[in-house]
Design a protein. Structure first.
Length: 493
């Protein structure tokens, strides 16, 4: 019976799956955060006489232990050497108004959501149990960091004590199917209040004109509105109804498909946004004109070509802010340098070409004049780069792994700069194998980039096909994807 239920849930048959601070203190805090971000991405220590392999290893040394494979409903942790049925836990970013990643919604398979709407209570409860057990088993608090974790559960599933195994802080339980509230609503209301006392937050998937909705709104923290399923007047009406009934509830626009849709939703009091608009390539009428990015591209070319220090210094001296950032980074107390660096020449020697290249790449996504969604793009490419590099460790040399990491980092440069990829790459000096992967999706690096993108898109069939091309086990891909997500969050803390 269980195997048949699982086959239905996952769309497969005959197959197994498994207090206020002073301005000075605030500025110092911001500097410390910047240093931690940069130093995790391009560490200063050991720069002199460094080697690409040492650079690569520095990205791995903070990696957490392997995530335990996903489990079926009712299972405990698998015994050593035991292979569990593979089940993919997927995630979709939730962004704040500044387009920074505020959290993720976790699900087993994105395509399952529509199928589950046609399912009976037994299958819905099974889906909830499998999802919760897998998130508990993967140690959800490791995935959270400082962010929120959203997961949809049936109203009746909230009564299950299994929910309390999740980390309460940062977990948002999305109450599904509130159109048909179950019998014993008062008991459900008390259970939700109990969960909130434990530290959980509550979201409502949609507003419904049914008895009990107002009582739920009074204690809910979030309301999610599907903006792709309704026209704008309907969306505005729902938003006005929610804010009229509750002054404290925060609104999440779900399924935001384009920048135009995001801008329209931005005229309403939504605090969070979820959907594919961040990485979607638009028809840009005018490319972004950003002198800062142009200078960074010039420096990236010089670093790649191992240019003389004097040539790098000339470019740095054209940008006082960029020079200041480099000196501040080098001289940060966390860097552990015994002697203060006062010249650009000395700073570049301490940094080294490999670390300089990563630092400049990071600045492309995180420096001043770029639009606000650059932070979401940064996290996205960090996950891609880390995952591709991790999966290829046994096949490529350290230098090739560095190139593959660059492939992942540069895979959304066109979206960042609002310029077609071929025009972006024309401004960069890159190895042919890197350009081939980015522009044509061919060559030795392409399957690993495509596999990372398939994981991002929850495309299980494509994951399986690409994993086979790369000679990888699907379970390893799933675990490595979660590890890459954790690493990307740690890098940005």
């Amino acid at each position: 019976m269980l195997s048949r239920l699982l086959a239905y849930v996952f769309g497969r048959t005959g197959e197994h799956q498994t207090p206020s601070a002073s301005p000075e203190a605030a500025d110092q805090t911001a500097q410390d955060r910047e240093f931690q971000l940069l130093n995790r991405f391009a560490p200063i220590k050991g720069a002199e006489g460094g080697h690409p392999a040492a650079d690569r290893n520095s990205r791995h040394e903070a990696a957490p232990a392997s995530v335990v494979p996903a489990l079926r409903a009712g299972e405990g942790r698998p015994a050593a050497g035991q292979k569990s049925e593979q089940i993919y836990v997927c995630r979709e970013a939730v962004l704040n108004r500044g387009q920074r990643v505020a959290g993720y919604e976790f699900m087993l398979r994105k395509g399952t959501r529509q199928r589950m709407r046609q399912a009976g209570p037994a299958l819905l409860r099974l889906y909830d149990e499998v999802l919760i057990r897998n998130l508990v088993n993967m140690q959800l608090d490791r995935l959270l960091g400082h962010r929120l974790a959203f997961l949809g559960v049936l109203a009746s599933s909230l009564r299950d004590r299994l929910v309390e195994m999740l980390p309460a802080e940062g977990t948002v339980l999305i109450v599904r199917s509130i159109d048909g509230l179950p019998e014993g609503f008062e008991d459900l209301l008390e259970r939700i209040k109990e969960l909130k006392r434990l530290g959980f937050r509550i979201a409502l998937e949609e507003l419904a004109d049914s008895p009990g909705t107002d009582a739920l709104l009074e204690i809910a923290d979030f309301v999610m509105v599907d903006v792709a399923a309704h026209d704008f007047p309907h969306i505005r009406g729902r938003v006005e109804a929610a804010t009229r009934k509750s002054m404290n509830v925060q609104l999440i626009a779900r399924n935001v498909e384009s920048i135009e849709a995001f801008e329209a939703c931005g005229t309403l009091p939504f605090q969070y946004f979820q959907g594919p608009f961040v990485t979607r390539r638009e028809q840009w009428e005018q490319p972004k004109s950003d002198a800062n990015q142009t200078r960074l591209l010039e420096l990236l070319n010089l670093a790649r070509q191992d240019a003389e220090t004097v040539d790098l210094v000339k470019v740095f001296k054209q940008d006082a802010i960029l020079s200041f950032k480099l000196l501040r980074y080098i001289n940060s107390p966390a860097g552990g340098l015994l002697t203060k660096v006062t010249s650009m020449e000395h700073a570049l020697v301490v940094m080294g070409r490999q670390r300089l290249y990563r630092w400049l790449t990071l600045l492309l996504f995180s420096s001043g004049a770029t639009d606000e969604r650059c932070w979401a793009l940064l996290e996205n490419v960090l996950v891609r780069a880390r995952l591709a590099e991790t999966l290829a460790r046994e096949r490529f040399s350290p230098a090739q792994l560095d190139d593959l990491f660059v492939v992942g980092m540069f895979s959304l440069l066109d979206v960042l700069m609002h310029v077609p990829m071929e025009r972006v790459l024309a401004q960069l000096t890159l190895p042919e194998s890197v350009t081939e992967a980015l522009l044509c999706r061919t060559g030795k690096y392409a399957p690993y980039l495509e596999l990372a993108i398939a994981c991002e898109a929850f495309d299980q069939d494509r994951i399986a096909a690409l994993a086979a091309v790369c000679g990888l086990d699907e379970q390893r891909v799933n675990v490595s994807h979660i590890e890459a997500l954790i690493w990307a969050q740690q890098v940005q803390m």
